[in-house]
Design a protein around this ligand. Structure first.
Ligand SMILES: [Fe+2]
Length: 317
């Protein structure tokens, strides 16, 4: 049970995963003991919410993230986004390069926003996967205007599958593509319409990788997963869709409602899936969210990809 072995004030947010840790102030770095307990909670519950964590700036967010491992840097900055000074900070805001609220006419931004609204794990399209993501609210729209983040317990979803299904899928490999997500989310967009996914960079990851810190298997059925290796294309797509629908059932989903500037959400992409949700604030109110990502260092990090291929990867989106 949460809190029985921990000194931290841990509160469950869902029956099987996701917790809030209360009373943690990250305006100064945590002690080793406190950080170890945060990481243990993350490994056990997949999602950790800390309200009013209050990182004073981007650098503090990066430094805290680095306690989990190697922080990803974006190698390419979208010219339609703000130029934030640290390459480790991924801009998840609805603000454009002039610091103005993005409107629907900004195709390059809205297609990305729609892509993030599909169930995914950050960076699954890369040869080396993403482990931890940390999202920080810097500026939020008025309450009750949407913009929640949803999480699905992909370990519990796997556990609950019939044994027959488990043995059928256990050793399968999914082939992931960044463009596949964008095409699915934006079927009519001229930006992706004529691109053949199979001509794009592809990454191979197990459909059921083990989450090493807990020893539990997870359903790595992200919306970047395009097909199953060695399986008829349509059959593989259908299987991915079927498993994703299974993992996204309401009973496995926790919806996080952002409350205050200063709140953070930390999730383990090797244990849970997530997606952004839309809201009535879009096109009207500022929503400044900043994310850091940490590379996976587990034995599943590179999937079945050549580690050399990870040197030039584009990193998370
Ligand atoms: Fe994401």
């Amino acid at each position: 049970m949460p809190g029985t072995t921990s000194k931290l004030d841990i509160h469950p947010l869902h029956d099987s995963f996701a917790v809030e840790i209360k009373g943690i102030d990250l305006s100064t770095p945590p002690t080793d003991a406190v950080f170890d307990e945060i990481r243990d909670a993350l490994h056990e519950y997949g999602v950790v919410i800390i309200r009013n964590a209050n990182f004073p700036d981007d650098k503090a967010q990066i430094d805290f993230s680095a306690l989990f491992g190697e922080v990803e840097k974006s190698k390419w900055r979208n010219p339609h986004m703000r130029s934030l000074p640290h390459p480790e900070i991924f801009d998840i805001s609805n603000l454009d390069e002039k610091d103005q609220v993005v409107t629907n006419s900004n195709e390059k931004r809205t297609t990305a926003i729609r892509g993030n609204a599909l169930w995914h794990a950050d960076g699954s399209f890369n040869p080396r996967r993403t482990y931890v993501s940390l999202l920080r609210a810097v500026e939020l729209p008025p309450a009750a205007m949407g913009g929640h983040t949803e999480y699905a317990d992909a370990r519990q979803a796997y556990d609950d599958l019939p044994e027959e299904t488990k043995s059928k899928i256990k050793n399968l490999v999914a082939v992931h593509s960044f463009v596949h997500n964008r095409k699915t989310a934006n079927p009519d967009s001229p930006l992706f319409k004529d691109i053949n996914v199979l001509d794009q960079p592809l990454a191979r990851h197990k459909l059921v990788p083990v989450h090493e810190p807990s020893g539990r298997d997870m359903l790595y059925v992200t919306s970047y997963a395009h097909h199953i290796e060695g399986m008829d294309l349509e059959e593989g797509k259908n299987l991915i869709q079927e498993l994703q629908s299974h993992a996204a059932q309401m009973k496995y989903v926790f919806e996080h409602h952002w409350e205050n500037a200063g709140d953070i959400a930390i999730w383990d992409n090797t244990a849970v899936l997530h997606r952004a949700t839309s809201g009535s604030y879009e096109g009207k109110f500022r929503r400044d969210m900043r994310r850091t990502c940490v590379m996976d260092s587990s034995s599943e990090a590179y999937g079945l990809n050549n580690p050399d291929a990870a040197k030039d990867q584009a990193n998370s989106s």
